[in-house]
Design a protein around this ligand. Structure first.
Ligand code: EPZ
Length: 422
């Protein structure tokens, strides 16, 4: 099992490019099931979750090939082919909850799907009620039996869906289901994440008729068939934010290129509050900390465009060494502070009360052997290791590999002392 060994203290300097967004690539890969003509996806990140998704789609009978591109990303070509299987088995779904994203496309195009309930994960119970309620409203017959969602439908019929709560993959599943439904669908209380806009752009390229993606109300006019096309996956805003926090914590100056400056407003605002000087261009963001120690900031996670929960652990790490007391309120997931006990092992003065972490910044963390528990918690531990005195050894970095494409090489390129050890 791989580990990361980090010697803290380097001030990060230089330029790093963002990879394609994991949370855009996953729904877009599922959406290739809807295409009746060849699809080419570019800027697909090299991640474990992408590999898992390809394996799942191939199990269904899909014909997908992946090849390396010159810029270090990968390109995926999906050839239309009749599916031979409509089941997403538990042994795959339990390794990646986002497997639930094949449900909408399978029901919309083939009228059947047997998808394992994703089950909880480290950060929470993560039910999929809004996914199932929406598909029922579109006319699917949904039953849950033996841990499996069994969905059957003739042709789905468009309708007005009011989502009981804001759900990113819930919105994505229902959007993918509605594009082939008969008539118009309106999704109210839709999630507004940029990754949903990217999915809608991809579906539109295939011939779908969608308006309002990125707002709380999405209108879809169902069509009978979708074609094919080419789509470049949007940049990963969470990877981008993670590198910017690394620069802020180490007092350095880092430019993230090939990214999306306008999809991280809430994060940039908090980094400026922490004392960073931030400039942006068409596809880059530069953070200059001018050698200063960050000031503590208060964070409250909420659906986009508010502060993203996927950046919460990174800001706990920043607050751990910041000047002052910062509170971090996690309002999306019920158990997303597992990085806190690990940060405490490094000397952080953080107290968790319910869904609020009160972080009293200290000048210096101390290296310790720590363990990653979930994707973004592990990112927070890497950031802490970058500033801790001594050598931090992070175990179970397979969590990190799910969502970060070659993070140690990218951080080494910025001057960090980090290496992967077996
Ligand atoms: C997506 O998860 C992301 N995953 C998550 O990123 C991200 O943290 C999350 O959105 C919130 O932004 C992908 O896009 C693949 P939700 P998702 O449905 O869709 C509750 C990462 O690190 N809920 O928006 O599963 C749910 O339990 C991952 O890349 C219900 O109660 O999140 C959670 O508390 C982690 N019932 C909240 O809503 C439902 O039917 C938001 O969940 C659906 C959701």
């Amino acid at each position: 099992m791989d580990k990361l060994l980090i010697s803290g203290g380097a001030q990060l300097q230089g330029s790093v490019s963002a990879s394609g967004a994991k949370n855009a690539a996953l729904p877009i890969l599922a959406a290739t099931l809807l295409a009746s003509a060849p699809v080419t996806l570019t800027n697909v990140p090299r991640l474990r979750d992408i590999t898992t998704t390809l394996e799942l789609l191939r199990r269904l009978g899909a014909d997908l090939s992946r090849e390396n591109a010159a810029d270090g990303s990968t390109q995926i070509v999906a050839q239309p082919t009749p599916l031979t299987n409509f089941a997403a088995p538990y042994e795959l779904v339990k390794t990646m909850r986002a497997s639930i994203l094949v449900l909408g496309p399978l029901v919309a195009r083939y009228g059947k799907a047997d998808v394992s309930l994703p089950g909880g994960c480290a950060i929470g119970a993560r039910p999929v009620t809004v996914h199932l309620d929406g598909l029922r409203a579109l006319g699917a017959d949904i039953s849950v039996d033996g841990g499996y969602i069994r969905a059957r439908a003739e042709r789905l019929r468009g309708t007005r869906l009011v989502m009981e709560m804001v759900s990113v993959t819930g919105t994505e599943n229902l959007l993918m289901a509605a594009v082939l439904a008969q008539g118009e669908t309106v999704i109210e209380n839709a999630a507004r994440e940029p990754e949903i806009v990217d999915l809608a752009d991809f579906l539109t390229t295939l011939g779908a008729k969608i308006s309002g993606a990125g707002t709380a109300q999405i209108q879809i006019q169902g069509v009978n068939q979708l074609g094919g096309g080419t789509h470049r996956v949007m940049p990963d805003r969470i990877e981008t934010g993670t590198f910017l926090v690394a620069a802020a914590m180490t007092g350095g100056r880092v430019r993230v290129t090939q990214t999306c400056p306008d999809c991280l407003d809430a994060v940039l605002r908090k980094l400026r509050d922490a004392g960073a000087v931030i400039t942006t261009g068409a596809d880059w963001i530069e953070l200059d900390m001018q050698g200063q120690r960050p000031r503590a900031v208060d964070i409250h996670t909420a659906p986009h465009p508010a502060f993203p929960t996927d950046m919460q652990a990174q800001f706990c790490a920043l607050n751990a060494i910041a000047d002052g007391v910062g509170t971090v309120t996690e309002a999306i997931f019920e158990n997303r502070f597992m990085h806190v006990p690990e940060l405490q092992r490094m000397g952080a003065d953080i107290r968790v009360e319910g869904n609020i972490a009160i972080c009293r910044g200290i000048k210096q963390l101390t290296a310790a052997p720590v363990m990653a528990t979930d994707l973004r918690a592990s990112a927070g531990l890497v950031l802490a290791g970058l500033v801790a005195t001594g050598e931090t050894l992070i175990d179970r970095v397979y969590h990190l590999d799910r969502g970060y494409d070659n993070i140690e090489a990218k951080l080494r390129g910025l001057g960090a002392q980090i290496q992967r050890v077996k």
